[in-house]
Write a protein that binds this ligand. Structure first.
Ligand SMILES: Cc1cc2nc3c(=O)[nH]c(=O)nc-3n(C[C@H](O)[C@H](O)[C@H](O)COP(=O)(O)OP(=O)(O)OC[C@H]3O[C@@H](n4cnc5c(N)ncnc54)[C@H](O)[C@@H]3O)c2cc1C
Length: 404
């Protein structure tokens, strides 16, 4: 791993300043207020303004709605967005997961206009994987798609479809052959969410993020919205799933985050900064600043070490490490500052903008979404360490979903 600094050219430095100024104007207080109120991970004004410049997916060629940024320029954009509010940009990350599969497996005349709308910030794609019966074993999906000529009829329900209420499409796993082995009987669709028969019911999570249950009742979808072959959905899903699992990530020439867990760590980073500011202006019972108290410094140091470890651990290990350190340190930091650390944004007597309290609430969900840390440990054992499939008591029933 190369920890060396990247020297920016004069042009890249100028671009960095241009992006920074543009984002500072774009991320106005009303953007944060709306996100706090809705928890949607999305803001139409922000997405469309970025899309208009090709800056939402700036690594894409210009003809695909990007800005043909180099890897260094793409990294500059990622880091500048992180300086703003990662929460508002969540649905950009979700939309981007199926985009390569859509380009690869759908007819170009159908896919290209949709992808351009995504790049322009006018269309968003959510992930319709998990179901009420279970999210870890997504190949066991039961939402049914039945073909009738050029149309498919979709019935069933999906759970935890984050962003469905603001999305244009859902990247949907359906079961098309109930008799086949579970991985061989699924087909992927890009379902327009404004279709008749789609009902979206919101769920507000502990972190304030909104997710949804989505019901599909005789939803009619044209065959042109099928992604890849019938019953070949598992092949289509591989790319987006591997990316979400941080397997074989494109590291943008070694510049990008080494795992999806880095996003979790940024929330911890914000909390550490908040505690540091608190320590620099808060006096202890001995009359000294908290920042002069060796035990406070030791605990801040421990949080920083964990934060760096979370950011630098690659692949699926990074996903688990980042969640583990966030859960542990978010609680530790809250404990360090005392009861004021329990107060949310804008509460009287709270600390800063509530980052300490938010980190603790956000941390809990990170052990679950995008695959639980338990499932990730199995992925690490099998795909990274090359160990055989788990043979724990009951594992055959648990892992395959079938009684043996
Ligand atoms: C805030 C939030 C947002 C989400 N957003 C989305 C989204 O946008 N789209 C989407 O499709 N899903 C989404 N999810 C769903 C998420 O991916 C699932 O919750 C997750 O995969 C676990 O599935 P489950 O909740 O059904 O738990 P289950 O799969 O029922 O698992 C229950 C428990 O069993 C354990 N377990 C299950 N299988 C194994 C195994 N093989 N080895 C060891 N332990 C195992 C799990 O770790 C867990 O502790 C979201 C979830 C949350 C909380």
């Amino acid at each position: 791993m190369d920890f060396g600094l990247v020297e920016l050219s004069a042009d890249d430095r100028a671009l960095q300043l241009e992006i920074r100024a543009f984002l500072a104007d774009l991320f106005t207080p009303d953007v944060f207020a709306l996100e706090h109120e809705t928890g949607s991970g999305f803001n139409a004004k922000v997405y469309e303004a970025l899309g208009a410049r090709g800056w939402l997916y700036p690594e894409l060629p210009i003809e695909q709605g990007g800005a043909a940024f180099t890897p260094v320029q793409t990294r500059i954009m990622e880091l500048e967005l992180d300086r703003q509010d990662a929460r508002v940009m969540m649905m950009k990350g979700t939309s981007s997961l199926p985009m390569a599969a859509i380009r690869k497996y759908m007819a170009a005349e159908v896919a290209e206009p949709i992808l351009k709308e995504c790049a322009a910030g006018r269309a968003v794609i959510c992930l319709g994987y998990s179901e009420p019966d279970g999210g870890s074993d997504i190949a066991n999906a039961k939402v049914r798609a039945v073909q009738d000529g050029d149309m498919w009829s979709i019935n069933g329900s999906k759970m935890w479809t984050t962003g469905a209420h603001i999305s244009t499409y859902t990247f949907l796993i359906t079961r098309t052959d109930p008799e086949a082995a579970k991985h061989k009987g699924i087909t992927m669709f890009l379902v327009p969410l404004h279709s008749p028969g789609v009902t979206i019911q919101g769920i507000r999570t502990f972190s304030g993020e909104r997710t949804n249950i989505v019901f599909y009742e005789d939803v009619q979808v044209h065959d042109s919205m099928r992604i890849g072959g019938i019953n070949n959905g598992w092949t289509v899903l591989h790319g987006p799933l591997d990316e979400e699992h941080s397997i074989g990530l494109d590291l943008n020439g070694g510049l990008s985050d080494v795992s999806i867990g880095a996003g979790f760590c940024r929330v911890l980073g914000a909390s550490i900064n908040e505690v540091a500011r608190w320590a620099l202006k808060t006096t202890g019972t001995d009359g000294k600043l908290m920042a002069e108290n060796s035990r406070v410094l030791e605990r801040l140091g421990s949080a920083m070490v964990d934060y760096e470890a979370g950011l630098s651990t690659p692949g699926p290990m990074g996903r688990v490490k980042a969640s583990d350190v966030l859960v542990k340190q978010a609680a530790q930091l809250q404990d360090l500052v005392g009861p004021a650390g329990l107060l949310p944004t804008d509460a009287e007597g709270g600390i800063g903008v509530g980052d300490i309290e938010y980190a603790h609430r956000f941390a809990q969900g990170t052990a679950t979404y995008g695959g639980t840390v338990e499932v990730f440990r199995t992925i690490i054992a099998q795909h990274v360490l090359g160990l055989p499939k788990a043979q724990l008591p009951g594992a055959k029933v648990f892992l395959s979903g079938k009684k043996k």
